[in-house]
Design a protein around this ligand. Structure first.
Ligand SMILES: *Cc1c(COP(=O)(O)O)cnc(C)c1O
Length: 252
């Protein structure tokens, strides 16, 4: 494993100002495209950041934390168990053998892309007497190294989900293509919105996919323009990370 670079120093004031700026930017795009700013949920992504920084965010009013890795998320949830209204959102790929941990502490899982994980999560959640908000991850850029279902496979996948009654399906999640071309990034978000529309024509009973989790620090405004309802923002709130993104988005 790579040694993390020293964490960028962030103060309570900077964090609060970063948060205010992001909220303002969300509001501004919404107004520009005629959307209600309350229809976009800001999910702060706190991966690699220390407990101290997460507590600063909590003091600034943050009540949910997006974490990419299960172990890191679980450790933080334990360290911060005193913050009883904090929600823990696992947004990264999950191996089946780690589903049991997610079932214990997480409130939300945004990267469901295979039925083995669905089955195992459901089984463990039933044992724990819990339920979990879930997003189905879609590989909207068709990059072979990326996680997520190919768009063409999502319809059949969703038909299988009603049998996992502890999974509360909320919608679809994606990472756009990593590209400096705004058009290529936007195309991913448009594809997601069109997929959502198409899937709605034949959803199984009891399943809703009203949420679209798309957009990060570098592209959340484009995502909101194209219909995102959840933006996952890390660096623009918490500062740069010590670890490179390749650590969090390993090739399959
Ligand atoms: C890290 C991460 C984000 C946030 O990325 P930033 O560039 O820091 O905003 C969003 N989604 C996922 C799945 C991530 O792992």
């Amino acid at each position: 494993m790579e040694t993390p670079a020293p964490e960028q120093i962030i103060t309570q004031e900077i964090l609060e100002s970063n948060l205010a700026v992001i909220k303002e930017r969300i509001k501004a795009v919404c107004e520009r495209v005629g959307r209600d700013p309350n229809s976009v949920r800001l999910l702060p992504v706190s991966k690699t950041k220390s407990e101290k920084v997460l507590r600063m965010a909590y003091a600034a009013g943050v009540r949910e934390f997006g974490e990419n890795k299960v172990q890191e998320a679980q450790q933080k949830a334990e360290e911060m168990a005193d913050l009883t209204d904090a929600r823990w959102c696992v947004i990264g790929h999950l191996q089946t053998n780690k589903a049991k941990y997610v079932a214990r502490f997480a409130h939300e899982f945004q990267a469901l892309d295979n039925l083995r994980v669905a089955e195992e999560l459901d089984r463990r959640l039933q044992q724990e007497g819990r339920s979990l908000d879930v997003f189905v991850q879609v590989n909207s850029s068709n990059e072979p190294q990326k996680f997520g279902l190919p768009p063409a496979d999502v319809a059949a996948f969703i038909q299988e989900l009603p049998k996992y009654s502890a999974l509360n399906i909320k919608g679809l999640m994606t990472l756009a293509e990593f590209s400096s071309s705004e058009e290529r990034v936007r195309a991913c978000f448009v594809r997601m919105r069109e997929l959502q529309t198409q899937l709605r024509e034949n959803l199984p009973a009891g399943i809703n996919i009203d949420e679209l989790s798309m957009g990060m620090s570098g592209d959340f405004e484009i995502a909101i323009e194209e219909g995102s309802t959840v933006v996952r923002v890390g660096q623009a709130i918490f500062g740069e990370r010590g670890l490179p993104d390749s650590y969090y988005w390993p090739d399959k």
